[in-house]
Design a binder for this molecule. Sequence first.
Ligand SMILES: NC(=O)c1ccc[n+]([C@@H]2O[C@H](COP(=O)([O-])OP(=O)(O)OC[C@H]3O[C@@H](n4cnc5c(N)ncnc54)[C@H](O)[C@@H]3O)[C@@H](O)[C@H]2O)c1
Length: 253
Amino acid sequence: MVSQFINKVYLVTGAASGMGLATAETLLKLGARLALCDINESSLEKVVDELDSEQRSRTFAQVVDVTDQDAVRNFLEKTKLRFGKLDGVANFAGTGGHGLGSEPIWETCAEEYEFILNLNVKGLFNILTKALSPGFLAQGASVVHIGSMFSLQGFKNGAVFAASKHAALGMVRSAAKETGERVRVNCILPGVIDTPMHRANLARVKDFTPTPTTPIPRSGSAQEVAEVTVFLLSDESSFVTGVAWSVDGGANA
Ligand SMILES: NC(=O)c1ccc[n+]([C@@H]2O[C@H](COP(=O)([O-])OP(=O)(O)OC[C@H]3O[C@@H](n4cnc5c(N)ncnc54)[C@H](O)[C@@H]3O)[C@@H](O)[C@H]2O)c1
């Protein structure tokens, strides 16, 4: 697989932590050139500082809030200027919100609704409206969005999060129908994945058990999601578009 990534350029959002970071690290090991962004400046700086000089020479990193449409557009354009082309985008920037697992819908305030929808849905909209415009991405490019196992089922005490992940999957599937062979657009649906976000939920909510029983009864690792993301970004998946690809230990089986 290594050689096909040498001439590839990918953009990863939410790259300073969790699954986005694992994906960025994997793509760098495979030889790709990367544009990394995150809203968390200090974490992003740390990620770049820890790269070796050769990897740093293939990396362009910038603080970007994906909810800011102009900032997203500028970063996509700058990436193309820097590397001459863009072969794909992996969008990991997202949130579970502040009350995931503890707040029923009747206790959820409008500000929380706006926060979650703005990041998990409008963030994706901001990326797709620019990235999928004809001629922007390379022919045959690939966009991968990170949904959730709750893109396909309800989440008790997580209704707005589940709604945002359902909406994003609908946007991905529709976009895949619009772009056809020009750009493949797919959605990964992680189950419970051991990342800083998941650990924060565990610390906040006693008995945080989104999936009480799964065929593979453990949490997944960020690397297990990164491997599927890299496959969907790569030419190895050239006939795969519009899919909702679960990486959830069978939680949606
Ligand atoms: N961890 C899980 O169990 C799990 C399960 C299902 C889905 N997900 C989804 O996977 C995605 C990645 O989650 P993770 O667990 O790796 O989380 P994480 O918190 O470890 O990483 C998310 C990164 O996104 C960044 N980010 C947040 N808001 C941003 C913004 N406005 N603009 C740019 N960057 C922003 C954060 O700073 C962070 O670095 C999210 O969309 C999350 O909803 C996570």
